[in-house]
Every structure is written in C-alpha cells, then in structure tokens.
Write a protein that binds this ligand. Structure first.
Ligand SMILES: Nc1ncnc2c1ncn2[C@@H]1O[C@H](COP(=O)(O)OP(=O)(O)OP(=O)(O)O)[C@@H](O)[C@H]1O
Length: 294
C-alpha cells in the first residue's frame, strides 16, 4: 500500500501544483484522472523522487520513499510523459543499455532479462529495429519494458495513452492490466475511458486538489437517478448553462447532447440516463470551479 499524506508543492513561479493531497493506493491498477495542468505529473514526479514536495510524506508499506531516494528508485519503475530514446538504436540494444544503468551488470543475466521483457511487451520480433521506426504504441510498450527492469514494486506511468490509436491503446492497457495483477501501478491520464476500462480504484485531481478518491463503480452509483439528458441546438446552450447544473456537453450528429445533474426531472424534454464515469469526472471538476468562484 502506498500512503500519501499532506503533499503540497508550490513552484518558484507561484503555481500551487499540489494542495494538501492525501491518498491511499493499494496493489492493482490505480487511475489518477485530471485535466491538463491539474498536477498529475507533479504528483508522479514527486512519487518517483524526481522532485521534492514542500510538505508531506509518501510511504510504501513501512518505507519512507522521500527519505531514501536511492532505495526508492530501486523499487520503482517510471514511464515519464516525455520518454526520449535514441532513434538510431535498436530496441534490444537500448533496453540492454537501460538494464546496465539499473545495475544489471552480469551479461548473461542481462541477456535473459532483455529477452523476457521484450517478449512480455510483444516487441521480441522487432527487437532489431531502430526505435525511431517504432509507432507510438510500440514506443510506449518499449517504455513499459524499461520501467519493468529490476522487478519494481511500484510502477508509475504518466499519460501513456495520449496519441495512441484505439487498437494500440487497447493493447497497451491490456499490458498494464497484466502488470497490475502483481504490483502497484499508477496510471495518470486525462482520458476517462482509460480509468473506466482498467482501474479498480481511482482519484480525480483538479488545480492541485484531490476532488475524489475511491472506486469508479461506487462513484458512478452515487449519481444514479440524478443525471438527465437532452438534445439541444448549440445556440440554446448558454440559456441552459444559466439555469442548470450542466455536467457535460457532447456533439452528437451535429447537435449538442446535454448531461445535467439534478435530483428530479429538471424540465420537460429531459430523460433520465445511466451515469458513467465522465459524469462523475465533469461533475467534480465543475463543482470545484463553482466553489472557487463563490
Ligand atoms: N517546473 C515547473 N515550474 C513551474 N510551474 C510548473 C512546473 N511544472 C509544472 N508547472 C505548473 O504546475 C501545474 C501542474 O502541472 P503538471 O504538469 O503537474 O500537470 P498535469 O496534470 O500533469 O498536466 P499535463 O497533462 O498538462 O502535464 C501547471 O499549472 C503547470 O504549468
């Protein structure tokens, strides 16, 4: 279990990226959901010991992660948002290099490890190809292979599915799910379906604040009977905004589909709709904006 307590960070430019975040993350897939700029990467980098918080603590079971960074890095696998590789080097040679950096010095052991990892992420057949020729999905799977060197107890992946096509995304998420059966995996994303499809537990952050933590299923159930939808013309949207608590607006067939939060039928013409995680997510973000504006 990873326990984050009272984590805060303000950057030198005055941006408060993390505001008193406390969170428990058990084994399995954990989704950290938030819009761009919410503070996800700041939190991931802090857990990965790449930057210090101003306040707060992070423990993995009995271990204080921030106290002994070297020890933390040994049990951690990290796939950063911007993962750079040498484009002219083959996948096999690059992974071998990463293994050396992680301290796997014995040649035979390293050869076996590199093969096992490339097979696990399904890149064994293309191991001789240069990384520069890889698709986005292949590159991300390679990123996971390097994160798994050293058998980490905690794996952090920062927005890994952005820019992947649906098939690649699916393949990537399946791979993460397999890994999540054994260790703590934290997946940060702004894509709601990533969390819906994959994570038993989740948190939502916005503007550096924790807005929700728990099970996606429970959060969805809490909205049951309170989400209503209606098709409108785009020109009517401002009027609805002024009168109602709008969760989301989506384009559908050239018109606008409204989702509204209300304890009873908001107006004739609306119909009840089964809530989903997008309703939970947008509901929390909008409530935060409303509270801050008040
Ligand atoms: N090193 C830094 N110095 C100053 N401000 C920063 C720094 N890193 C991030 N920020 C700011 O802190 C806030 C949180 O950024 P962060 O990258 O953690 O968010 P994020 O949720 O990961 O978003 P994104 O998906 O856009 O990376 C943003 O307002 C960002 O501009």
């Amino acid at each position: 279990m990873l326990s984050i307590r009272h984590l805060s960070k303000t950057y030198a430019n005055g941006v408060r990226a993390l505001r008193d975040i406390s969170l428990d993350i058990p084994n399995g897939m954990f989704g950290l959901l938030g819009p761009n700029g919410a503070g996800k990467s700041s939190l991931m980098r802090t857990i990965a010991t790449l930057q210090d918080p101003d306040e707060g603590s992070i423990r993995l079971d009995d271990m204080d992660l921030l106290a002994d960074k070297q020890a933390t890095r040994r049990l951690l696998g990290y796939l950063p948002q911007e993962f750079g590789v040498y484009p002219k080097v083959s996948a096999e040679a690059m992974l071998d290099h990463f293994a050396v950096l992680k301290g796997v010095v014995a040649k035979g052991e390293r050869r076996e490890l590199v093969e096992a990892l490339l097979r696990q992420v399904n890149l064994w057949d293309v191991r001789k190809r240069k990384l520069g020729s890889f698709s986005g999905g292949m590159r991300q799977r390679f990123g996971i292979a390097q994160a798994l060197i050293g058998d980490p107890r905690l794996v952090i992946v920062d927005e890994p599915t952005a820019g992947l096509d649906p098939e690649e995304r699916n393949r990537f998420l399946n791979l993460l799910a397999e890994i999540g059966e054994r260790v703590v995996v934290i997946l940060s994303t702004h894509i709601v379906e990533d969390v819906t499809d994959l994570c038993q537990r989740m948190a939502i952050i916005g503007q550096g604040q924790l807005l929700l933590a728990g099970e996606p299923y429970e959060a969805i159930r809490a909205l049951e009977g309170r989400v209503w939808r209606r098709m409108i013309d785009k020109a009517e949207l401002d009027g609805y905004r002024a009168r109602m608590n709008i969760l989301s607006t989506r384009l559908a067939g050239g018109r606008t589909l409204l989702h509204v939060l209300a304890d009873s039928l908001p107006e004739a013409g609306f119909e009840p709709v089964a809530p989903d995680l997008e309703d939970v997510y947008f509901g929390r973000l909008r409530a935060q904006v409303a509270t801050r504006a008040a």
